[in-house]
Design a protein. Structure first.
Length: 94
């Protein structure tokens, strides 16, 4: 996604880092995610839906689009809302 700029990692440090520690972090499982989202929808009478706040820079926009596409693939409805970073901080804090 970032044109090979970053090494994939499952934690704060990539495998090439001296501080890397292998984790048992869950692997991506679209089928399980879709099952959980469907169960939520059945129990709550509607889908999981929310606005994803993101700053206007290109990298954040690209990341938001990727996440929204992945969530849509398992039945989660997210809408991208572009806002300035200061506005986002205020919304989170108030």
């Amino acid at each position: 996604m970032q044109a090979g700029l970053y090494e994939p990692a499952s934690g704060p440090f990539p495998p090439s880092s001296p501080w890397y520690v292998p984790t048992e972090y869950p692997q991506y499982d679209a089928a399980a995610a879709e099952e959980l989202a469907s169960a939520y929808t059945a129990e709550n009478g509607g889908p999981i839906a929310f606005d994803l706040l993101t700053p206007p820079d290109a990298s954040s926009q690209q990341t938001a689009d990727l996440l929204i596409d992945q969530w849509a693939g398992v039945g989660i409805e997210a809408t991208k809302k572009t806002i300035q970073q200061a506005e986002g901080i205020l919304q989170v804090l108030t």
